[in-house]
Design a protein around this ligand. Structure first.
Ligand SMILES: Cc1ncsc1CCOP(=O)(O)O
Ligand SMILES: C=C1C=NC(C)=NC1=N
Length: 221
């Protein structure tokens, strides 16, 4: 299997749903199924927080959600836990600045998808050097889904990265909704990444569909 192309990566980043067992009162599998029915294009399993699952329970949930994504042909990405990603043959890994060095992760995962969080031009350039396929930039807007999130940067950071010649696929993250999606796409993001806009929605399917429509319409402008 070869590395994902930049074009396919950009398409996959359109509606990038992220969740773990702590992000909904409902079973993760039910929420993910509805989100996939609504048109999610990429999924990240992110098991974090004080009551996060660990060990065999975490792996069992990961395998359950991975199976669901496979039936929809949607790639399954694991957040932080490189060993788990390799153990279950996930489609990729996403690492933050405080996680394992992206260059080391690239060596371990071969051609799997590698996503890296970046907050500025220096971190973006380092991620590209390390072999990232995309970068996650944010929080763009205030978020309650990541307790150690940095200050919200606004869409301006996306414009700045593009002006500085950063051409790698970029997904915006942090407080993203269907209402602010156009602003982040116009500022230079290739797609949007969300937790609560889908996981906390009364209708995850409709929420995912609204995000997909907002991204599609922004790309037509
Ligand atoms: C994982 C992560 N990284 C930056 S903000 C964030 C949380 C995004 O959650 P929400 O879409 O609910 O704001
Ligand atoms: C922190 C993150 C930033 N961006 C993405 C896509 N995922 C994350 N977990």
């Amino acid at each position: 299997m070869a590395r994902i192309t930049s074009e396919e990566m950009k398409e996959r980043l359109a509606v990038y749903f992220i969740m773990g067992s702590q992000n909904s009162e409902r079973p993760a599998e039910d929420v993910l199924k509805e989100a996939l029915d609504g048109g999610v294009t990429l999924f990240q399993f992110r098991e974090k927080g004080s009551a996060a699952l660990e060990g065999e329970e975490k792996e069992a949930l990961a395998r359950q959600l991975q199976r669901l994504c496979r039936t929809y042909g949607v790639p399954f990405i694991v957040n932080d836990d490189v060993e788990l990603a390799i153990a279950i043959d996930a489609d990729g890994v996403h690492v933050g600045q405080d996680d394992e060095d992206a260059r080391r992760v690239r060596e371990k995962i071969g051609d799997k998808i590698l996503g890296v969080s970046a907050h500025n031009v220096e971190e973006a350039r380092a991620a590209i050097e390390a072999g990232a396929d995309y970068i996650g930039v944010g929080p763009i807007y205030p978020t309650r889904s990541k307790d150690d999130a940095n200050e919200a940067q606004g869409p301006g950071i996306l414009r700045h990265l593009r002006e500085q010649g950063i051409t790698i696929p970029i997904v915006a993250i942090g407080g993203i909704t269907a209402d602010n999606t156009r602003a982040v796409i116009e500022a230079g993001a290739d797609g949007v990444s969300v937790i609560s806009a889908i996981a906390s929605a009364p209708e995850p399917k409709a929420a995912a569909a609204a995000l997909a429509t907002a991204v599609r319409e922004a790309n037509l402008r």
